[in-house]
Design a protein around this ligand. Structure first.
Ligand code: ADP
Length: 253
């Protein structure tokens, strides 16, 4: 079935947020459409993680509203539709006593309820998710024994196992070596293009994200850029904001 790219699945209207008195986010308006691969970039401390948590209902904005799949967030119940790979999901303690299979199985409980036994269709979906990220042969390994890149793939599988329509990823390549990062971005392309999954990727790696994502949002308290990635590096407004040119901040924060 073709993807309806005009369908809005996440809508933020006039979002402002403060942890204490100082505003971390101010008056943000942003839409994520079905099939988008949105790269959310910006300087460290600019509010990206905070905005992601607001999208997920983990933080309540001080002003503004969030709609998920056309429903106001406080009425939204269909959480299995939304996968989340939080920051620092990788670097599991080597002694953490769970297998890869068990970690991915955790993603099914959101769909089943915490105290239900997983049935045959759950098990099938867990294995299918592991196949999608090419980690099936690791299913009985202890999660802590895997490399950062392999662990990250397992966390993607965990998010995939609830059969979401959108996955939000927060700095997923931190702690992952360069070669594994490349393979990881290829995996994200596959999920977006072949499985039609909508992706929201928070990253400080502006250069990579500007080449991978189909949409770009740059957050630094306010939304300072919300357009296509192609125009991004040409945008004088942005260069003005960063002073030293965008290339400079790519590698210096
Ligand atoms: P980014 O993801 O762009 O690096 P964050 O959303 O993590 O930015 O943080 C935005 C700002 O909010 C930063 O100045 C950070 O120090 C502050 N901040 C983040 N989390 C908390 C918290 N739990 N309590 C107080 N301040 C916080």
């Amino acid at each position: 079935m073709p993807v309806d790219h005009t369908k809005t699945i996440i809508e933020l209207k006039n979002i402002s947020f403060a942890y204490q008195k100082e505003h971390v986010l101010r008056d943000i308006n942003l839409q994520v459409h079905l099939g988008d691969y949105l790269g959310m970039i910006g300087p460290n401390g600019g509010g990206k993680t905070t905005l992601l948590k607001i999208m997920l209902g983990l933080l309540k904005p001080s002003q503004g509203s969030v709609c998920l799949f056309s429903q106001p967030l406080d009425q939204f119940r269909d959480w299995p539709k939304i996968g989340y790979v939080p920051q620092k999901a990788v670097n599991f303690d080597a002694n953490f006593p769970a297998t890869v299979y068990e970690v991915v199985a955790m993603g099914r409980y959101g769909k089943r309820g915490l105290f239900r036994r997983l049935n045959a269709s759950d098990k099938k979906m867990i294995l299918e998710s592991l196949r999608q990220v090419e980690m099936i042969e690791y299913k009985d390994r202890i999660i802590g024994d895997l490399s950062g890149g392999q662990q990250q793939r397992v966390f993607i599988a965990r998010a995939l196992s609830s059969q979401p329509q959108v996955i939000l990823l927060d700095e997923p390549t931190v702690g992952v070596d360069l070669k594994a990062q490349e393979a990881f971005y290829q995996l994200l392309q596959k999920l977006n293009q072949k499985l039609n999954l909508t992706l929201v990727l928070v990253s400080h790696d502006i250069d990579v994200v500007a080449h991978e994502a189909t949409e770009l949002a740059c957050v630094n308290t306010t939304l300072i850029y919300d357009k296509n990635p192609q125009d991004f590096l040409k945008d004088d407004r942005l260069k003005l904001l960063y002073g030293h040119g965008v290339k400079y901040i790519l590698h210096n924060h």
